[in-house]
Design a protein around this ligand. Structure first.
Ligand code: NAD
Length: 312
């Protein structure tokens, strides 16, 4: 299959590109390198450098590559930026996604997979783990923009027969995550600890999150591409891990002795969220395979090697 991966120079998208190529698919990456890296794009993938919001560029990409499937991961992912400048967040995440959906419909794309979020749309949950039927109550502009696109996908299924799958991820971690970003507490902590600096914990560190390894996420995307129903699936491990627990695990793995620094809680941060992904198990045949401690060890090793090769 010819698969266009948007955001394929980014953390998750580049793992998808690797996975699809390994499965024998033809892959093209579309990215504007706003947060992605050229070195993460696999050499075997075709590269289209440009912006999602540029409709003339999208037309050229679709005419040239003629994708049979689109796996949409390009986005503005910074929650804080989304609150500072919600219009710009919506420009990329909503307007850019609409342009891509329309290009896919016009191009006769057979399957559209969309990376949504389970961590930022349910709000402070009524019950845990939160399943797909949990009320949607985003508490940040990023959550609103990511969720809005789900409605457009359903609209174009009804209007044009677009076949889509929405994957609502929990907190994804693993090799290639940006340690200098706002998102990805594991990468940020590992980055600091490798520099010999104590990690900073905002609040009491008892906030619970669901951490899913990027390899498991890549597998979910592969299954979604083959899936024959238009559905929404949570993709998470269903377990809440506290920030304090992450620091304890990393300190052990990295033999790091300094204690974390505690800073005031950040406004608007959820106290607890973890996802019920049993629907993905039943219907997609997906289950997480990587346990958190093994995944963290692998991630630490990757960051060590990457630091030795070049600064990340
Ligand atoms: P990332 O920032 O590493 O990747 C995003 C990629 O999109 C980057 O390569 C960036 O250069 C590209 N991009 C951004 N704006 C673009 C534009 N206008 N045109 C073209 N390319 C553009 O982030 P990630 O963590 O890999 O996230 C990938 C997707 O997964 C996003 O859609 C995000 O909302 C979703 N997601 C991520 C997580 C997580 O924990 N990382 C959780 C839930 C959902």
């Amino acid at each position: 299959m010819r698969i266009l991966v948007t955001g394929g120079a980014g953390f998750i998208g580049s793992h998808l590109a690797d996975k699809f190529l390994a499965e024998g698919h033809e892959v093209a990456v579309l990215d504007n390198f706003s947060t992605g890296f050229r070195r993460h794009v696999p050499p075997a993938a075709r590269l289209y450098e440009g912006d999602l919001r540029d409709t003339a560029f999208l037309r050229r990409v679709f005419e040239d590559f003629k994708p049979e499937a689109v796996d949409h991961h390009a986005a503005q992912i910074d929650v804080r930026k989304s609150l500072e400048d919600p219009a710009s967040d919506a420009q990329t995440n909503v307007i850019g996604s609409i342009a891509l959906i329309l290009a896919a419909v016009r191009g006769g794309v057979r399957k559209f997979v969309y990376a949504s979020t389970g961590g930022a749309i349910y709000g402070e949950p009524n019950y845990l783990p939160a399943d797909e039927a949990h009320p949607v109550r985003p508490e940040c502009a990023y959550g609103i923009s990511k969720h809005t696109v789900e409605h457009y996908l359903e609209l174009y299924r009804v209007l044009e027969g677009l076949q889509y799958v929405v994957l609502r991820y929990s907190n994804v971690y693993g090799p290639r995550q940006n340690p200098h970003g706002e998102a990805g507490v594991n990468a940020i902590f590992i980055g600091r600890m490798l520099e010999g600096k104590a990690p900073t914990i905002y609040g009491d560190g008892e906030q619970l999150r669901d951490y899913i390894h990027v390899g498991d996420v890549a597998r979910a995307n592969l299954l979604a591409l083959r899936h024959d129903r238009c559905e929404i699936y949570n993709i998470g491990c269903g377990i809440g891990t506290s920030v304090n627990e992450i620091v304890r695990l990393l300190s052990r793995i990295m033999n790091f002795r300094e204690l974390p620094i505690y800073a005031p809680a950040r406004m608007g941060e959820l106290q607890k969220i973890y996802l019920d992904a049993r629907k993905a198990k039943r219907e997609l045949g997906w289950m997480p395979a990587m346990d958190f401690e093994t995944g963290l060890r692998e991630t630490v090793n990757w960051f060590r090697q990457a630091r030795a090769a070049e600064p990340v």
